[in-house]
Design a protein around this ligand. Structure first.
Ligand code: SF4
Ligand code: SF4
Length: 261
């Protein structure tokens, strides 16, 4: 806590598009209340007088893709009572973590050749829990405004943030949508963590998985279901791995091995 009894908060950006940090600034009507309710010690996108001291809560956006970010992240963990993986890249690695270690090494070689990295060394992109313990996860690409405000209000009041244990299909059913799969449209709702309120299927647009994998998602079953319905397998694989980072990549490696036997 700071001297004025407010929670000390830090907002940090690793490798990503900065969409989650931007989302906070996009809370225009609530922005003054947010900055008044807590003591924001570090937020590069919003202020210049940043301090690297002890924190009650650190929000970390982005995946870890350089040696320097590994050090930065470990330092944040050391200084913070609570660390939150903020957004999809921090939670599962994001689009930049979709490659296997082997593919990543090959891509790096193709783009940079033998160039020596002097500022910092690139590493295979990973979610932040590959390096530190994470207390809470707030996924989304980017995090939704309502979900952030809900999270922020609970944290300020000392309550644990909401978790998102069910897939998008559950909310989609509550919203009484006709299932897109029955209309011949591939939808990743069964595999994707809910939290967005099934906003895409509510408008007849298939879910493409931007909240990342749902806990316990049965990828094998969904994969076979889509296959049975005649959808293009490579397109399904691509779509499934787009927002699921290292987690689905691991699955596809196993699946590929099974297929080749
Ligand atoms: S439309 Fe998509 S999210 Fe909704 S029930 Fe069907 S598969 Fe699930
Ligand atoms: S329905 Fe799917 S793609 Fe659309 S916002 Fe929700 S999680 Fe993202």
């Amino acid at each position: 806590m700071s001297d004025n009894n407010k929670l000390k908060i830090g907002i940090y950006e690793l490798t990503g598009c900065a969409g989650d940090a931007l989302l906070i600034l996009d809370c225009e009507m609530e922005l003054l209340d947010i900055f008044n309710a807590v003591d924001i010690q570090s937020f590069l996108m919003a202020k210049s007088d940043n301090i690297d001291g002890d924190l009650d809560v650190a929000l970390v956006e982005g995946s870890v893709s350089t040696e320097r970010e590994i050090e930065e992240l470990k330092d944040i963990r050391k200084r913070s009572s609570i660390v939150v993986a903020f957004g999809l890249c921090a939670t599962v690695g994001g689009i930049q973590a979709r490659f296997s270690e082997e593919e990543w090494t090959q891509n790096l070689k193709e783009v940079y050749g033998d160039t020596e990295m002097t500022h910092t060394k690139a590493v295979h992109s990973k979610p932040i829990d590959a390096y530190i313990n994470v207390d809470f996860y707030l996924p989304g690409c980017p995090v939704g405004k309502d979900q952030f405000l809900n999270f922020f209000t609970r944290v300020v009041q000392g309550a644990p943030p909401e978790s998102y244990p069910v897939p998008v299909c559950v909310t989609c059913k509550y919203n009484e949508n006709d299932c897109l799969l029955n209309k011949g449209i591939p939808c990743l709702g069964p595999l994707t963590a809910d939290g967005c309120g099934s906003v895409c299927p509510n408008h007849d647009v298939p879910c493409y998985g931007c909240w990342g994998p749902a806990e316990g998602a049965n990828l094998t079953s969904e994969y076979h279901l889509l296959q049975e319905k005649g959808f293009d397998i490579e397109a399904i694989k691509k779509r499934m791995s787009n927002y699921s980072g290292s987690k689905f990549q691991e699955f596809f490696e196993q699946f590929k091995n099974k297929e080749s036997k």
